[in-house]
Design a protein around this ligand. Sequence first.
Ligand code: AMP
Ligand code: MG
Length: 335
Amino acid sequence: MKTIERAGGIIKNGGLVAFPTETVYGLGGDATNAGASQRIYQAKGRPSDNPLIVHIADIESLEAIAAEVPREARLLAERFWPGPLTLILRKNDKIPYETTGGMDTVAVRMPADPVARALIQASTGYIAAPSANTSGRPSPTEASHVKEDLWGRIDLILDGGEACIGLESTIVDLTEDVPMILRPGYITLETLQEVLGRVRLDPGLIAADSEEKPKAPGMKYRHYAPRADLKVVEGESRAVVAEINRRTALLTADGARVGILATDETKALYGKGTVISIGARTDEKAIARHLYGSLREFDALGMDVIFSEGFSDAGIGQAIMNRLLKAAGHQILEV
Ligand code: AMP
Ligand code: MG
């Protein structure tokens, strides 16, 4: 039997299959089966109030699970699907509350990755899939990351190589008057505004100490974090390098293992510590693709402390800095 058919059969029978998507690897189960969704939460150790994204392979499936499909949803689907954009709509009875974390809305995405699409078609047509990591850890961008976190807890892992984007989808809520970004991603605010006109960013995302709770339940948790104590150093490049070198010298003298997340432009400027370059500063796509893998690499090397340079927050940088600062528990050193 072909692997995809076997994987689709596992999902139809309520089992769990990890699979590649263009954003990160997903942990998939039948979105219409309450028991399968509960197993996803268990396997990840995910809080049960943090809803799952439903992955579909055709536009008819959107009509089948949404109570209504607003005009904005059609415009966005036409322009960005299949692709790294998730839409929040009101749900109907086809998707159980176990999948939506008890919410009356449902998150829907049509992924572009051919393995993901084939798997959805070979299963029930609706795959609930959060990122395939243990809750709280960096999201998996390679099959080996999934294996590290979930092997023994799930039925199958499909290996599709390295995820080409490396950050989770942009989430847009279409249930309010003005469409709102609940999670920044590869598809930026500016691009969404081109299609929809008015779009705003969830105020709960903007400041770490904001009084407002983020509307996507998942965004309130510490997330994406390596085991080491991660701090982001922001400021003018030469001052950042000098400060990281100063702190690294002190910490290594005390016997700590220090990792430095640098860029191609700065990697040669560090003295002590274990340096990983995330890519060239001018290549924000490379930075997005390598972020989670680099954090996992520092974990594998047993680092105690990681200093990361800060990155521009324009365009995709907004998503990069959102994830990096969450991973750091918002520990920022300004120099
Ligand atoms: P993950 O699939 O691990 O990237 O997580 C899915 C993200 O989507 C989490 O941050 C969830 O809180 C968010 N999400 C899923 N469904 C909804 C919904 N109905 N309303 C708001 N946020 C949602
Ligand atoms: Mg996740």
